[in-house]
Design a protein around this ligand. Structure first.
Ligand code: AMP
Ligand code: MG
Length: 283
């Protein structure tokens, strides 16, 4: 059957089964049987299910349930994080969604510990939070460029694990997606950004400088996967040369995470029969 998942991305994209990021094929479409148009159709269906489960999560949050969901997006420049936010986030009700992008830290943010700005942006009960970059930047450019001493960044993996474990204990479901784009595809995307005035705003000359550190970034990413993947806060590698596939895969992972919450509608906190009578008696 074309156009359907043959293997769950939860299994085939989890870092434990993908192998090393340096050997990963960013142009593959693992687990999916269809092409781009099938993928778009399936993402639409996923959207309907996501919207239903998101509403249940939100309703439960209103009724005292502490649960929330956090989707962490990482990836090299041009990998398509913004497109995921637009196309997967766009399937959700903005009321129940918080999207936070993390750029180079401000002076104020630098005066606090690296998790300070992250804690402030966490999704509250009933919400889905999406992080476009995250606390993992503090072991990516920071490690690659030695922005703090090694003794400091190397301690962060354990700090991150503890931070995420506490979050999970408090009711947040975490999924972490690393979008993996190939060097060739990045070249194309950077070139396209220059050719199109409507994409100039996305072009950042420093992306070219960062490209020179490609292998160091892959190494830093691999260290993250080796040290911070767990069943409670799993990492997935998302092949991102095909944008349609990356969006579909992240949408499906988010759906699987929401399904695992087994969300029911919250019970009414009033006497339904009694209220029916009152409504029937209204003038
Ligand atoms: P963009 O996502 O294109 O808006 O770029 C954000 C930039 O901020 C990227 O170059 C990131 O690597 C950088 N950035 C984000 N967080 C940090 C951090 N904690 N330390 C240093 N650079 C960061
Ligand atoms: Mg950028």
């Amino acid at each position: 059957m074309d156009g359907a998942w043959r293997q769950s991305p939860w299994e085939c994209l989890r870092v434990g089964s993908t192998g090393h990021v340096a050997d990963f094929d960013p142009s593959a479409t693992p687990g999916f049987g269809g092409d781009k148009s099938d993928g778009k159709k399936v993402l639409g269906d996923i959207g309907d299910e996501l919207a239903d489960l998101q509403e249940r999560l939100f309703a439960n949050g209103r009724s005292g349930d502490h649960r929330s969901v956090l989707l962490v997006l990482q990836g090299m420049d041009t990998a398509g994080k913004g497109g995921i936010v637009r196309h997967v986030g766009g399937l959700l009700d903005p009321q129940g969604l918080t999207v936070t992008g993390f750029g180079a830290p401000t002076k104020e943010e630098l005066s606090h510990d690296f998790l300070w700005r992250i804690r402030k942006a966490l999704p509250v009960a009933g919400r889905i939070g999406v992080f476009d970059r995250s606390h993992y930047e503090d072991v990516l450019p920071v490690r690659v460029h030695g922005l703090v001493p090694e003794s400091e960044w190397s301690a962060r993996y354990d700090l991150i694990n503890r931070f995420e474990a506490d979050l999970v204990d408090a009711g947040t479901t975490i999924i972490k997606c690393a979008l993996v784009v190939s060097k060739d595809e990045q070249r194309e995307r950077l070139a396209e950004r220059l050719e199109r005035p409507d994409k100039h705003w996305k072009y950042d000359p420093s992306d070219i400088d960062e490209r020179a550190y490609w292998d160091a970034y892959l190494e830093a990413y691999q260290a993250i996967f080796d040290r911070t993947d767990s069943d409670a806060a799993p990492w997935f590698l998302i092949p991102a040369d095909h944008k349609w596939y990356a969006r579909l895969a992240v949408g499906q992972l988010l759906l699987t995470a929401l399904e695992s919450l087994e969300l029911e509608w919250p019970p009414a906190d009033f006497d339904v029969d009694e209220e029916r009578k009152r409504v029937a008696a209204m003038d």
